[in-house]
Ligand binder design. Structure first.
Ligand SMILES: CC(C)(COP(=O)(O)OP(=O)(O)OC[C@H]1O[C@@H](n2cnc3c(N)ncnc32)[C@H](O)[C@@H]1OP(=O)(O)O)[C@@H](O)C(=O)NCCC(=O)NCCS
Length: 334
């Protein structure tokens, strides 16, 4: 029999051990701890310890932790969804590398390229697969290595200070009973803002895809119109939350935990105030991890669950906004 709903059976996370503070970055570019904390809330972030560690490597311990939490073994996974904007290599997708590292030959592996909204886009696919009976246990991962892709110089300082490396993972499977599981999910995109936060090259749109001139101009680094991103995020995150709350037929007072994407503490404080969600119910770890894009939501949920901020039966609200532009929201009863 096909399940009525899917739910999160287990959650895990992993961050590299190397801590990089704002003062460490101030040695590489003109910036300060005060500037970064005031505008973003970020105090430190984690970076991979050395070259050769890709997003799929960070995903392995996160996936194992999620499997253990779910009481499942790797062999129980029959599909992988890997959300990342920093795949180990241009192709194939990081899901294939992860499947190999977990010893899962033949298992379906799909990469999702929806940046900060990637985890929720992946959740929607996993939910559909489980409810359709296509797959029973989907390993959904968000993992990023940003530290090899930002520019540690004044030109790239607006972006470089924001991002960190990390991974989060969940196991999605059939919910027990009618009340448990994913109650609502909405996905959105608007490509008119695509170039407000993007990496221009290497690009299949150019011949050749990458030149010495492009490298000199820094086209291979992320470029961002921070003010536009900020404005869109503070408009679209509350909007999508209202949509999913209405779909789920719930009021925000019924929410036990709000896990927003971690791009900027000020964005999330603004969103929380606009929606009337108290800070005590809101997850934030941007202070210590920065923005780990597709990893922020599962990473935040995993820590919150272990700290007892949510449990089976809790109503959890999730919302994200990011490059694309893409944005999404979801409500789940754990
Ligand atoms: C990036 C962000 C913190 C910048 O804050 P801001 O108040 O908009 O700052 P501005 O871009 O106006 O820059 C102000 C000044 O600080 C400078 N600046 C930029 N980065 C800096 C840094 N790391 N350290 C010190 N100064 C910096 C700018 O060059 C600018 O200098 P100028 O006035 O001499 O031109 C903010 O726009 C933001 O958070 N946007 C959203 C970004 C985001 O969430 N991205 C991820 C989406 S998922």
């Amino acid at each position: 029999m096909k399940p009525v709903r899917s739910t999160i059976l287990g959650v895990g996370h992993y961050v590299p051990t190397r801590v990089v503070t704002n003062d460490d970055l101030a040695k590489l570019m003109t910036t300060s701890n005060e500037w970064i904390v005031q505008r973003t809330g970020i105090r430190e972030r984690r970076y991979i310890e050395h070259s050769g560690i890709g997003a799929s490597d960070l995903a392995v311990p996160a996936a194992r932790m999620a499997l253990e939490h779910a009481g499942k073994a790797a062999k129980d996974v029959d599909a992988i969804i890997f959300a990342t904007l920093s795949p180990d290599h241009n192709f194939p997708g990081s899901g294939c590398f992860l499947a190999d590292k977990l010893g899962l030959p033949g298992v379906c592996a799909l990469d999702v390229r929806n940046q900060c909204s990637g985890f929720l886009y992946g959740l929607s696919i996993a939910d559909a697969w489980v409810r359709a009976g296509t797959y029973r246990h989907v390993l959904l991962v968000g993992a990023e290595v940003h530290s090899t892709g930002v520019e540690f110089a004044d030109r790239g300082r607006d972006v470089a200070v924001l991002f960190g490396d990390g991974a989060g993972a969940v196991i999605i499977g059939a919910a027990e009973g009618d009340d448990q599981g994913l109650k609502a999910i909405r996905l959105h995109a608007d490509g008119s803002g695509a170039k407000d936060l993007w990496v221009e090259a290497p690009a299949s749109a150019y011949m050749p895809r990458l030149t010495a001139e492009m490298l000199a101009e820094g086209k291979h680094y992320p470029a961002m119109n921070g003010k536009h991103v900020f404005r869109w995020a503070t408009e679209k995150m509350p909007e999508v939350v209202r949509e999913v709350m209405a779909d789920a037929n719930m009021g925000v007072d019924q929410i036990d935990l709000f896990v927003p994407h971690q791009a900027n503490l000020r964005i999330n404080q603004f969103v929380g105030q606009k929606l009337g969600i108290p800070e005590s119910k809101t997850v934030h770890n941007i202070e210590v991890y920065g923005n780990t894009t597709a990893a922020t939501i599962p990473l935040g949920l995993s820590e919150a669950w272990r700290e007892g901020k949510c449990k089976r039966g809790s109503n959890v609200l999730m919302a994200a906004f990011g490059s694309g532009y893409t944005w999404a929201g979801a409500v789940i009863t754990l």
